[in-house]
Each structure stands twice: as structure tokens, then as C-alpha cells.
Write a protein that binds this ligand. Structure first.
Ligand SMILES: Nc1ncnc2c1ncn2[C@@H]1O[C@H](COP(=O)(O)OP(=O)(O)OP(=O)(O)O)[C@@H](O)[C@H]1O
Ligand SMILES: O=P(O)(O)OC[C@@]1(O)O[C@H](CO)[C@@H](O)[C@@H]1O
Length: 321
């Protein structure tokens, strides 16, 4: 199994709230609430660890409310290489309604001190030589410039190490410009890069292929219940998700990325990796939290996941299914 590092620059405590149909402006009684150490890179790490990898988590963690994170790292078997910064990591509220609608209220996170990224570099220096893949996931702290993310990616790439990126907005644009090995935008995030809506599989495919052509080897575009496109060096596969009843989609994208990377690191054919990742992501939406590789019906979910090739005509980019 592989040694993998995930970086979460702006982790969060996720407050998952299950509630009946929300009545805005009124008192709503919730069905359940729970608070978990999260943030995209930490979620990815949990799934990879459950899949048997040796996973180190790093990034920038607020020292004042670190206890829940430290306990979670111990419980999940993750090596803690987070740099502590003053203040508290944010709390993100996730409201799940009975019809499957999920509303995310994500905080900005704490401001980071001027020397925080230097401290992170120092921390990562001795770690990186033993690492086989790096995942950088989630938003940036409010005072971290997208260019600083780009230089972090570049420094890791200079060590010939694969870097997978999952972020959004200006950070995604800056990250894409320096060509990580792989990216996992959802359709909204990719649309920001493309500059127009990507509401059909065809438009998502075209955008993914453009990224391949610009030098990003693996482009995994998630589109919720509509499934996933995985474009690799101009050759694309599409997976249709199995139907499941939705409790919370929070962490589905992280589960998908972890499942795909697991396939890559295990040397599986891409079709197998995509089927596995898509089924595991569907498993995750049935409950709060990331996907569980030990779920008893994962094989059945995989059998219900349709993967097909999208045959690409190189010059026009026209597709035939
Ligand atoms: N309703 C659903 N039914 C089945 N599978 C789903 C559903 N919603 C999401 N998934 C699976 O999870 C994957 C990731 O979901 P989505 O596109 O919402 O990612 P995301 O926006 O990055 O999520 P997040 O940032 O909350 O982790 C989808 O491509 C799909 O495989
Ligand atoms: O605000 P960001 O960093 O973009 O996303 C943070 C977040 O929504 O992503 C995870 C789900 O993917 C959650 O655990 C977490 O709250």
C-alpha cells in the first residue's frame, strides 16, 4: 500500500445537522447533530486509511480547538503533521433535509500568521522523500494568496511527486495554471475555470479534455447524482452513479477522489478504479461522513455502476457513446 500525504490548509469541524424541512427565520428542532474533524484533505485521508494506505495529514490547524482533530487522527490511524497556528479552525454547518437537499455554511477560517507557510515547508521537507502521492484539498485560509498555493504545488511537483488538487475559485485557477498531476473539480468549480456553465456531460467532457491538453494528466469531474467523467491524456470514461437514497452528500467528492487515487496507487485499470470510486462515493451519500469501504453491499453498488468509454475524436473533440 502507498504512503500518501494529504494537505488541508483550512480544516474545519463539520457540524452535521439533520433536520425536517427548514423553516427560515423560525425555531427548527433538529433530529440529530454531530461535530466531526473534517476538511477535504482530512476526509480524503480517512478513506485512504480505511483502504489500507499509510497516510499523513498536514496543513494548518488552529491550536485553540485542536483536541477534536487530534483525537480523530488517533482514532483513524492518521499521522499528524499539521502545523499549529494561533486561533480556532472554523466550524462548517451542514444542514441535511429529508428530501436529500444539503446546505453548506462554510466559514472563512482563521487568518494565518505571516510565517505559517514557511513553517509548513519546514515541516514537509523531511516528510516528502518518503511519500508517493500528495493530495491538496479544500479552500485556502482568507489571507493565503492563490499564488502561494501554486508555488506549493510547484515545489512538490519539482520532486517528481504526483499531486492531486481539489479546490475552488481563484485557488483552483491558480492551481490549474501550474499543472498538478490530477484534479477533481465538481461541475460548478470547473465551470468557473471554463467561463461558462457545464450543465451537460458533453460540455464537462470538453472542459476536461482541454485540461488534459494543457498538461493535466488526470481530470476527474464530479457531477453529483449525474456521475463522473475521468479524462486521462485525452481518453475519457464516464461513470453513472447507482441510485441510492441520500442523507448527506458532504464528503462525497472527497470519497470519490480517495477511491480513484486508491485505484491509481494499486495499479488498477482506470475503468476498475472509476467504478470502485463512484460506488464508494454513492455509499457515502447514504449517511453522514465519508464512504465506508467495508460496507457490506459495496460489491453490489459496484455492479450497479455503469462505466463506459467516451470515444474522443482528437481534433473536434466530438464524442460518440
Ligand atoms: N445523489 C447521489 N447519488 C449517487 N451518487 C452521488 C450522489 N451525489 C454525489 N454522488 C457521488 O459523489 C460524487 C461526488 O459528488 P459531488 O459532485 O457532489 O462532489 P463535490 O461537490 O466535490 O462534493 P463535496 O465537496 O461535498 O465532497 C459524484 O460524482 C457521485 O459519484
Ligand atoms: O470550504 P472548503 O474548504 O472548500 O470545503 C470544506 C468542506 O465543505 O469540505 C468538506 C467536504 O468536501 C467538508 O468536510 C468541509 O466542511
Amino acid at each position: 500500500m502507498a504512503r500518501i500525504l494529504t494537505l488541508t490548509l483550512n480544516p474545519a469541524l463539520d457540524l452535521a445537522i439533520r433536520v425536517g424541512p427548514i423553516r427560515l427565520g423560525e425555531v427548527n428542532r433538529t433530529e440529530s447533530t454531530r461535530l466531526d474533524a473534517a476538511g477535504k484533505g482530512i476526509n480524503v485521508a480517512r478513506v485512504l486509511r480505511d483502504l489500507g494506505h499509510d497516510v499523513t495529514v498536514s496543513g494548518l490547524l488552529g491550536a485553540d480547538n485542536e483536541t477534536a482533530f487530534v483525537r480523530a487522527f488517533a482514532r483513524y490511524g492518521l499521522h499528524d503533521a499539521f502545523v499549529r497556528i494561533p486561533g480556532e479552525s472554523r466550524i462548517n454547518a451542514k444542514l441535511s433535509e429529508p428530501d436529500g437537499r444539503v446546505t453548506d455554511l462554510n466559514g472563512p477560517g482563521p487568518l494565518i500568521p505571516a510565517h505559517a507557510l514557511d513553517m509548513l515547508s519546514v515541516r514537509l521537507g523531511p516528510l516528502l522523500p518518503g511519500i508517493e502521492a500528495v493530495v491538496i484539498s479544500g479552500s485556502l485560509p482568507p489571507n493565503m494568496a492563490p499564488a502561494q498555493l501554486a508555488s506549493l504545488i510547484t515545489r512538490v511537483r519539482e520532486r517528481q511527486m504526483p499531486v492531486w488538487l481539489d479546490t475552488s475559485g481563484p485557488a483552483l485557477l491558480a492551481g490549474l495554471a501550474v499543472r498538478p498531476t490530477g484534479v477533481k473539480p465538481n461541475e460548478t468549480e470547473l465551470a468557473e475555470w471554463a467561463g461558462h456553465p457545464l450543465d451537460t456531460p458533453e460540455s464537462r467532457l470538453q472542459a476536461a479534455l482541454r485540461l488534459n491538453a494543457e498538461g493535466i494528466e488526470d481530470v476527474l469531474v464530479s457531477a453529483g447524482a449525474e456521475g463522473v467523467i475521468w479524462a486521462q491524456r485525452g481518453d475519457a470514461l464516464m461513470a453513472e452513479s447507482p441510485r441510492v437514497s441520500v442523507v448527506s452528500t458532504v464528503g462525497a467528492g472527497d470519497t470519490l477522489l480517495a477511491g480513484a487515487l486508491h485505484g491509481v496507487m494499486s495499479g488498477w485499470p482506470r475503468e476498475r478504479s472509476l467504478r470502485f470510486a463512484t460506488a464508494l462515493a454513492a455509499e457515502s451519500v447514504r449517511h453522514i461522513g465519508v464512504g465506508d469501504p467495508a460496507a457490506g453491499d459495496l460489491d453490489m453498488l459496484q455492479a450497479q455502476t455503469l462505466v463506459r468509454s467516451l470515444t474522443v475524436q482528437p481534433l473536434t473533440g466530438e464524442t460518440h457513446r
